[in-house]
Design a protein around this ligand. Structure first.
Ligand code: KIV
Length: 290
């Protein structure tokens, strides 16, 4: 069992800020775990940042299982959380249970679903079956078509009520935490004060119990990032420059230089071997009918 458990995440509320970052492959997960990030999250955002889709709606269970397996192999300390993709839990509780189990069997410690109130039965059943669940309210990207794009939430009374109702329903159903995505900071604060489970914000200000960011955004891999993202590195330019240098050095014959290859020190020895091989090959290959 990994060091960070859902119970430990719950105990951090009000005591210590929770850190969460997405990771979709083995090397990223290794680094995130080494950095002591509490929750390493295989998000369905992989559809956009890894597979180049416009939204998350095409992400499949197969992709989630595949990436979860890679991440789970790397993580020793943090909690591995896997996202339930679009339509993997909406059709029925039974289907949601089976799909959640696949992610757990791929190595996840917990699953995340988008929504709250509407999925309270599923959350209850999963928790009863031993599968820890994180909910997600505010902006829910899997409802992208209905929402008509990605925008801030919590402006109207109806939206505030929906967000709070989702968080309360998740708490009651046994979820161990809830993501608040792109929620006005006052509303995120209200929810954080009203529920006993930790709130993890993204674009929702500082009055929450933890923060989550997408790997590619925080590391500056893409030029355009959502407005709430702080880029902690500029990997895009670093990687670009490295690739351009590599290309240039190969074109100019500068790479590989002496320290990157090995050759016979005894050239006579090589010459003897070369002759034998050539004689053998010419004898065999050119005399025989193929
Ligand atoms: O898939 C994802 O990366 C997410 C985060 C934005 C919370 O759901």
């Amino acid at each position: 069992m990994r060091e960070i458990t859902p119970k430990k995440i719950m105990e951090m509320k009000g005591k210590e800020k929770i850190t969460m970052v997405t990771a979709y492959d083995y090397p990223s997960a290794l680094l995130a775990d080494k950095a002591k990030i509490d929750i390493i999250f295989v998000g369905d955002s992989l559809g956009m940042v890894v597979y180049g889709e416009q939204n998350t709606l095409n992400v499949t269970m197969e992709q989630m299982v595949y990436h979860t397996r890679a991440v789970a192999k790397a993580v020793k300390r943090g909690l591995v959380l896997a996202d339930m993709p679009f339509m993997s839990y909406e059709v029925s509780v039974e289907e949601g249970m089976k799909n959640a189990a696949r992610l757990i069997q791929a190595g996840a410690d917990a699953v995340k679903i988008e929504g709250g109130y509407d999925h309270r039965k599923l959350v209850k059943r999963l928790v009863r079956a031993g599968i820890p669940v994180m909910g997600h309210t505010g902006l829910t990207p899997q409802r992208y078509l209905r929402l008509g794009g990605y925008h801030i939430t919590g402006e109207t009374e109806e939206e505030i009520e929906e967000i709070l109702r989702d968080a309360k329903a998740l708490e009651k159903a046994g979820a161990f935490a809830v993501v608040l995505e792109f929620v006005l900071a006052d509303v995120a604060k209200l929810v954080t004060e009203e529920v006993k489970i930790p709130t993890i914000g993204i674009g929702s200000g500082p009055y929450v119990d933890g923060q989550v960011l997408v790997w590619h955004d925080l590391l500056g891999i893409y030029e355009h990032v959502p407005p709430f993202v702080k880029k902690y590195a500029d990997l895009r330019n670093i990687i670009q420059l490295a690739l351009e240098n590599y290309r240039e050095e190969v074109k100019e014959g500068k790479f590989p230089s002496g320290e990157y290859y090995w050759e016979f020190l005894d050239k006579d020895d090589f010459e003897k071997k070369r002759r034998k091989v050539i004689e053998r090959l010419l004898g065999e290959t050119f005399d025989e009918e193929v």
